[in-house]
Design a protein around this ligand. Structure first.
Ligand SMILES: NC(=O)c1ccc[n+]([C@@H]2O[C@H](COP(=O)([O-])OP(=O)(O)OC[C@H]3O[C@@H](n4cnc5c(N)ncnc54)[C@H](OP(=O)(O)O)[C@@H]3O)[C@@H](O)[C@H]2O)c1
Length: 339
């Protein structure tokens, strides 16, 4: 294993950071590690190794991505060779849906696979505790699928809080939450979430949830920041729009002599969310975009206006009863969808 041939794209200290309510600093861009069922664990781990050489210091992992062991080997290479210290990195992992009742066991497994003594951030990946096999079809339903039950979520959250108290993780956060669910969590949490990971790109800006998070000191972490062009077939519908083909983004990119992807990254950081683009081939460009010239107010406003409310990751597999639509998972009325 050797990444010495990879040139540094950006000096890590130049990459912007966001300050969490705890005072901790998190790099304002991370590398996603979900290989979209297309790339092997080894390929994703190789990208992590190269991205670290290029200057990334924030890696977004999850147990369900099936590659934490391989990523762990890359991290060990960096630590053992003295190229990086643990304290220089921000490593996130996520609790998968079938482990909501066994949080510490799941966290310890991720720690062991990644070869770490602590995680910087541990997220509840989805608010639904439903198991479904990795890679299953969107029409697949778990026979014991459950709706969101706040008491159960709080039982999971209490276990998340204990991880902080035991020093296994430094921060805890949520993912795929809605405003009504977050309101209940903020009411009942002893340790508030520092981040909410959510789908965020120019065609799905989630302005209300974004503003709610910011107002409550929760940093929005944006997944699919480029519109996830390589997402699995099961996550595609005919109505989905293509962010990288957007004419307004294309025009802004052309004027800046850059790419639409770079505009998406720059927009995300400037708006205040942390993009976590996945990339085997463009990670250096994306890191450079994070430190590129700011977009003008007019460009930011033009991008604000291209929001198409187009959710790409709909979560159909979590539906818990027949004849529901995927929108029900996202509490469209502003109240938690009744069981
Ligand atoms: N919490 C959740 O439920 C959740 C859900 C989905 C995703 N996530 C996280 O978010 C991460 C990112 O989401 P994602 O992977 O679905 O979507 P994404 O980051 O929007 O898109 C990744 C795709 O874009 C391509 N790409 C990257 N940079 C590019 C550039 N500069 N120019 C052109 N193409 C570029 C990549 O191709 P190359 O490999 O060829 O560069 C890859 O195919 C995931 O990896 C995962 O860590 C979390």
């Amino acid at each position: 294993m050797n990444f010495d041939h990879i040139p540094q794209a950006v000096e890590p200290s130049k990459v912007p950071v966001r300050v969490l309510y705890t005072g901790a600093k998190i790099p304002a861009i991370g590398l996603g590690t979900f290989g979209s069922d297309r790339f092997s664990a080894e390929q994703v781990a190789q990208a992590v190794g190269e991205a670290l050489a290029a200057g990334y210091r924030h890696i977004d992992c999850a147990a369900v991505y099936g590659n934490e062991k391989q990523i762990g080997q890359v991290l060990q290479y960096y630590f053992r060779s003295g190229r990086l210290k643990r304290s220089e990195l921000w490593i996130t992992s996520k609790l998968w849906n079938d482990m909501h009742q066994r949080v510490e066991e799941a966290c310890r497994r991720s720690l062991e696979d990644l070869g770490l003594e602590y995680l910087d951030l541990y997220l509840v990946h989805w608010p639904f505790p439903n198991y479904h096999p990795p890679g299953c079809d969107v029409h697949s339903r778990s026979p014991d699928a459950k709706p969101y039950i706040h008491d159960n979520y709080m039982k999971t959250w209490r276990q998340m809080e204990r991880l902080v108290e035991r020093g296994l993780v430094r921060h805890i956060g949520t993912s795929n939450m809605t405003i009504p669910k977050l309101k209940l969590l903020l009411r009942d949490a002893r340790i508030r979430p520092v981040c909410n990971q959510m789908e965020l790109h120019p065609h799905f800006q989630q302005p209300e949830l974004f503003a709610f998070c910011v107002e409550h000191g929760i940093v929005p972490v944006g997944y699919c920041p480029l519109g996830s062009p390589a997402r699995p077939e099961r996550d595609r519908t005919p109505e989905d729009t293509v962010v990288l083909d957007d004419p307004v983004l294309r025009e802004i990119a052309a004027r800046r002599s850059t790419t639409v992807a770079a505009v998406c990254i720059r927009w995300a950081i400037q708006r205040g969310q942390i993009p976590i683009p996945f990339s085997l081939h463009h990670y250096a460009d994306n890191l450079r975009a994070a430190v590129s010239e700011p977009l003008s107010e007019d460009e930011m406003e033009r991008i604000r206006r291209i929001d198409k409310n187009c959710r790409l990751i709909k979560g159909q597999v979590f539906l818990w009863k027949p004849n529901q639509s995927w929108e029900d998972l996202w509490d469209p009325t502003g109240e938690i969808t009744p069981p």
